[in-house]
Design a protein around this ligand. Structure first.
Ligand code: SAM
Length: 287
């Protein structure tokens, strides 16, 4: 049943630049690609777009133009999302000339959509630039949108935090805390993907703006079910694909830059190979 949805994407868009079991990555502009997809197909979209801050993959444009562009791809995500589906938007900060040095992009985008904003999650990390004239920035946001405020997926037990201070505390003879752990709250402490000698993250690729798979894992596990279709319109280094594969979902990604497609393909191939080897080792141990 869920494979039908994946097949519909393949028949709408043709041969991907990279394909593996349950994975299709297209070297396309995401708006053009999504326009070709049918309505109400996707279970969950997670993405982090260009922030209009002059990274190597973007040219800074006028703020109005940037917001309008965001509005247009978010509208496509809304159209292709199922009625109980969700959209998770990771954004940081940008400069607004004469107005603000680090304005949260969420302030500019949060209501430029027909999605219902369910929650803003703070992603807090330890690494980053050390400032002298203001506080050192240590967070980005994840806006959790749903298509239908009365019907959406939230698998809390899949993402409970086992780090509980008093796990055996009881009230009226009953354990106070769920034995699987506590609700991880709307502040997520997850390490950034770092680079540099002796401090580079294990998952680091050559892409300059990679989000950690641990963050994507939490989104995908809580917001979708096994076999669901996940989309990332700005695939970058392929973090969403790696998490989708690990969590047994189908995944479709768009990436406009051919060089990044190479990074994604190699990263997925390596990941599939590692998975195969560790599965083989596991079955040897069981024999
Ligand atoms: C912030 S990065 C995404 C990083 C990604 N989350 C990761 O973990 O690697 C944004 C990406 O969007 C790509 N991009 C920019 N405009 C695009 C468009 N119109 N369609 C598809 N991809 C685009 C850029 O090349 C860049 O790789």
């Amino acid at each position: 049943m869920q494979k039908d949805k994946f097949d519909k994407v393949l028949s709408a868009l043709g041969r991907p630049a990279y394909q593996a079991e349950r994975v299709a990555i297209y070297n396309m502009d995401c708006i053009e690609a999504m326009k070709k997809l049918p309505d109400s197909l996707v279970d969950l979209t997670i993405t982090s777009p260009p922030y209009n801050i002059g990274k190597e993959y973007e040219d800074i444009v006028d703020l109005k133009k940037y917001v309008e562009w965001c509005r247009s791809w978010i509208a496509q995500i809304h159209r292709i999302t199922k009625s109980d589906g969700s959209f998770w938007l990771n954004v940081g900060y940008l400069k607004v000339e004469g107005k603000g040095l680090a304005v949260p992009i969420s302030y500019l985008l949060w209501d430029k959509t027909d999605f219902f904003l369910l929650q803003e999650i703070v992603w807090n990390y330890a690494a980053g630039v050390a400032c002298r004239t203001r506080f050192s920035p240590r967070n980005e946001k994840i806006l959790w949108y749903v298509k239908n405020e009365g019907s959406y997926i939230f698998n809390l037990d899949e993402v409970r935090d086992p780090n509980v201070k008093y796990p055996n505390q009881k009230k009226n003879g009953k354990l106070k805390c769920n034995p699987l752990g506590k609700n991880p709250s709307d502040v997520w402490q997850i390490a950034k993907v770092t680079s540099g000698q002796n401090r580079s993250s294990k998952e680091r690729t050559a892409h300059p703006a990679q989000f950690p798979t641990e963050m994507v894992d939490r989104v995908i596990k809580s917001g979708s079910n096994k076999g669901d279709l996940i989309v990332d319109p700005f695939m970058g280094s392929g973090s969403t694909a790696i998490s989708a594969i690990e969590n047994e979902r189908f995944v479709v990604g768009f990436e406009i830059n051919k060089q990044y497609i190479d990074i994604i393909s190699k990263r997925i191939e390596r990941h599939l190979m590692d998975r195969k080897m560790s599965n083989a080792q596991e079955s040897l141990l069981l024999e």
